[in-house]
Design a protein around this ligand. Structure first.
Ligand SMILES: CCCCC/C=C/C(=O)SCCNC(=O)CCNC(=O)[C@H](O)C(C)(C)COP(=O)(O)OP(=O)(O)OC[C@H]1O[C@@H](n2cnc3c(N)ncnc32)[C@H](O)[C@@H]1OP(=O)(O)O
Ligand SMILES: NC(=O)C1=CN([C@@H]2O[C@H](COP(=O)(O)OP(=O)(O)OC[C@H]3O[C@@H](n4cnc5c(N)ncnc54)[C@H](OP(=O)(O)O)[C@@H]3O)[C@@H](O)[C@H]2O)C=CC1
Length: 366
């Protein structure tokens, strides 16, 4: 059935697409070639639901492009080769939302078995059922309720992961967060809560897995990789000082663990996101998030927030064997923010010229 496009503008973007297949679309005046990728899943939706279309481009929802779209929407955005993580078992804390969700989704789409762990079981279950649609070559998401501040929960998480996946190859310490407050108003309990959530949790879970699994492996091929998600906090983190301090602790702990455990084939690295737009992450700050965004955007050299996929691809790389010679590092994904100070010097160029990898609403760009 020929696809009838009624788009008057014909502004269908083909860049950023990895061409795997080509479709011909009739615009009523001639033939337009539309290139689609089966990997970069969001693009076909942008074609179908292109905001510049004055009329709906397909009313039936049954055309070839819609069929491809629904197929592709269940796949994850990834630059990595299919099957890269087949046979690998990974824990992602905070994997039911935001960055953790993007990481878990990319991993399962590459064939990994992944346990996602957090406090809200209903959020985890909904996420798992969605992500299992992207699973490829035996990849599967399992869920485990766990408060990472609680040592019993940590032990149960490791037991669950070993029983369900048969081993652990990777750990992403992503669960975390904080509240916004000037230093003078943070109570000791509040400070402690943030340190427990971000630093103690990372120590407890990494240690538990090392003692019960990685240190027990005679097979040197069964190595491990830990990726700790921290913050771009090189110059402190005003209004989130407790978190800046806790994450600095994680960075240093990362270096110590990297040196102590390299003999067992365990690598440990940090990823330091700048300001990454995640709906769940920003929801934690209510109305304050909007004000924060407009004040911080001019200070980000890239002039836009990052996307979860832009963080996930680095995390997945660090978990992979392509990164076997990398340990003890802290890598920023921050649109240049780590080069400046916070609050950063406003940049005087216009809208962001950087292309976007993943999805980013207009409000998260300058
Ligand atoms: C705006 C864009 C920012 C972009 C940059 C960063 C982005 C991100 O990091 S996104 C991720 C955001 N996600 C989260 O922050 C979720 C996890 N966070 C939390 O769960 C809390 O912030 C927590 C770590 C503090 C834990 O909270 P809770 O379970 O309530 O902790 P406790 O019951 O143990 O409370 C202990 C202590 O903490 C004080 N407290 C908690 N929230 C606040 C608050 N919003 N403001 C001030 N104080 C807070 C609480 O009052 C308790 O202290 P006392 O009152 O002295 O007993
Ligand atoms: N978005 C951003 O701009 C940045 C984010 N980060 C960090 O990246 C990580 C992910 O953030 P993002 O995805 O944006 O935000 P989210 O709020 O979506 O992610 C936080 C996740 O951590 C889980 N979590 C929080 N506390 C606990 C706990 N005590 N035990 C178990 N799980 C917990 C939450 O699940 P649940 O509530 O169900 O437990 C949630 O899934 C966080 O560590 C965040 O601080 C760092 C820099 C910037």
């Amino acid at each position: 059935m020929p696809y009838k496009c009624q788009c008057p503008s014909q502004r269908i973007k083909t860049h950023n697409l990895k061409v795997r297949s080509m479709f011909k679309a009739c615009d009523g005046r001639g033939t337009t070639k539309i290139f689609l990728s089966i990997i970069y899943t969001k693009i076909p939706h942008q074609i179908c639901q292109h905001s510049q279309h004055s009329t709906p481009i397909c009313r039936s929802g049954k055309c070839e492009i819609h069929r491809k779209c629904s197929l592709m929407s269940s796949l994850a955005l990834t630059p990595f080769k299919a099957g890269l993580f087949v046979g690998k078992s990974i824990i992602v804390t905070g994997g039911g939302t935001g960055l953790g969700y993007a990481i878990a989704k990319e991993l399962v789409s590459l064939g990994a078995k992944v346990v996602i762990a957090a406090r809200r079981i209903e959020v985890l279950e909904a996420a798992a059922s969605e992500m299992n649609k992207s699973s490829q070559r035996g990849g599967k998401i399992y869920v485990c309720q766990c408060n990472v501040r609680n040592e019993d929960d940590i032990q149960k998480l490791v037991t669950f992961a070993l029983e369900t996946m048969g081993g652990i190859d990777g750990l992403v310490n992503n669960a975390g967060g904080q509240f916004v407050s000037p230093v003078e108003n943070i109570s000791a309990r509040g400070f402690k809560a943030v340190v427990e959530t971000n630093l103690l949790s990372c120590f407890m879970l990494s240690k538990e897995i090392y003692n019960r699994w990685w240190s027990q492996q005679e097979d040197r091929k069964r190595s491990g990789s830990i990726v700790n998600i921290i913050l771009a906090n090189k110059n402190g983190f005003p209004m989130m000082a407790h978190s800046g301090a806790a994450r600095a602790g994680v960075e240093n702990l990362t270096k110590s663990m990297a040196l102590e455990w390299i003999g067992r084939g365990v690598r440990v690295n940090c990823v330091a996101p700048g300001i990454i737009y995640t709906e769940s992450g920003f929801a934690n700050y209510g109305e304050m998030a909007g004000a924060f965004l407009s004040s911080v955007l001019p200070c980000i050299p890239a002039h836009r927030c990052g996307t979860a996929e832009e963080v996930s691809s680095l995390v997945v790389f660090l978990l992979s064997d392509a990164a076997v010679y990398i340990t003890g590092q802290n890598m920023g994904v921050d649109g240049g923010m780590g080069q400046g100070t916070i609050p950063l010097r406003p940049q005087d160029h216009g809208a962001s010229l950087l292309p976007v990898y993943g999805e980013l609403p207009m409000k998260a760009r300058l």
